[in-house]
Design a protein around this ligand. Sequence first.
Ligand code: F6P
Length: 589
Amino acid sequence: MENIPLTVVGIALVAALASVLAVRLILRRRVERLTLWLRDARAGQKSEAPRLPNRGLLAPLVHEAETLANDLVRAHETAEQEARLRQLGDSLWTAKRLAEHVRVKLAKRPLVVVSNREPYRHSRRGGRVECDMPASGLVTGLEPLLRACGGAWIAHGDGDADFSVADALGRLRVPIDNPMYTLRRLRLDPAEVKGYYEGFSNEGLWPLCHIAHTRPIFRATDWASYRQVNEKFAAAVLEEIEGTEEPCVLVQDYHFTLLPRLIKEKRPDARIALFWHIPWPNQEAFGICPWQEDLVKGLLGADVIGFHTQFHCNNFLDTVDRCLESHIDRAGYVVKHDGHATVVKPFPISVDFPEKSKEDPAAEVRAAREQITREIGVKVEFIAVGVDRLDYTKGILERFRGIERFLDKNPGYCGRFTFIQIGAPSRTGLTAYRDFTAEVEAEAARINGHFKNGGVPPIVLRMKHHSHEEILPYYRAADACMVTSLHDGMNLVAKEFVAAREDEGGALILSRFTGASWELRDALIVNPYDVDAIADALLAALEMDPDERALRMVRLRSTVRENNVYRWSADLIDELAAVRLPAPWASRA
Ligand code: F6P
């Protein structure tokens, strides 16, 4: 030690000090990086792990810190996911949740549903009796209510084997394989069907309420028949609720305008709601009906009247204001007439929204595409679809002309694009509907003749009833779905298309004159009378940036998921349960 010069000792000391400082600095940086990472992890932020040596003094600490940070991030993710699911669970309505809800809300009060169409129809096919269930939003939304309460559904029995499977009063328990409620079928004679259903309902009220430029026909004989059938249904409802206390009655649609008052007069303790499935036009338009006062008075027998949109509620209040002496509370949307109060509210109807059914929705889309290509017999790059009842309100001819304009403006799409129109025959007893079907066929033939390109017809017609399962592959295979109604209360095709696109693909072209356009803001909204607007929307749909298409579909799907048909039913039932009955029933209200 004595022989070592002082300078060497000094250098060694300085070097040792420098090493200590360097190690300290390195350690400090590493500890800082580790601390920051842990802090991020504690906050639930997944940041990249710092690259730290896995050897040496700090290795065990680094290993522990890594495990801890990963655990923290995972715990945060799990908590977030649970919160999301809880939130979704709270807002999502299912058939099961609806059934439980209605049991609580109605507190054992009996429930009766009335509609023109029945939920089950028996028909004779090849010597056998078969039972069909129509694919309808109404049945999907209302059946869980009856399944939960075991009430009764009263409807027109129009199946040719309907009465052979029912008792003398037209009653049978349904669903057939697991009976839960009573279906009561009413028999209408051909003159009643002609006057009440075809005549006043579908040649009078239908064109009156849909502004589609088809003249309504008002025949006094049809009106008499309509009144008679409403009385027949009222008598059946009164029989079903006889001996019960505070029954609840849910009436569906424009076929039964007079029913609420007929029931209320006899049973003031009944809670009655009527849901109007079609638009309510402005008061000038409605005012041409010679019996508007009777119709409005009949409706105001209900405690609750529902429309799809606020706009239709407003139109209804304007009509009431115009034709009746009444008090209208425009803030609370309550009409007081003849000592009775009616709440008028929007309840937008919807569809069931199945959660993802397939592991790989994109594979399902590819399979659907192959199936549809095989079916139509031509291979095309782009497919658009339309699904409608063959009804003059649906804007099918306007849609075809929009497609023609699209191909005229964008000839590069000829031979690469086809539009498939599924058209379900409807109300075929009426001349206006038969004429319309012939016009659809002629217009498709004319346009197909105009573009003889590469053997690919621009328009393919599928003119028959398709079940929901048969329609699904068309929705899935489509680059675009076209809904161009001239006027429509809601339009469930738009919502069905969205519900079917688990792959988050496809674009929706939607008429601004549908109730659905108030909710589905991420569709390409068009005026169906504007041929160029349809053509341009089709081009936009086919050429849309994939990210934008997916973003729009994600938003559309979340709207339909949260506002599904079970929520529609639950909201109606809530409103009905909240009705304040007059004394002596007021105490239970
Ligand atoms: O949109 C009104 C509506 O009554 C629907 O409820 C029904 O799906 C459709 O019209 C079909 O009418 P119809 O019962 O006359 O075939």
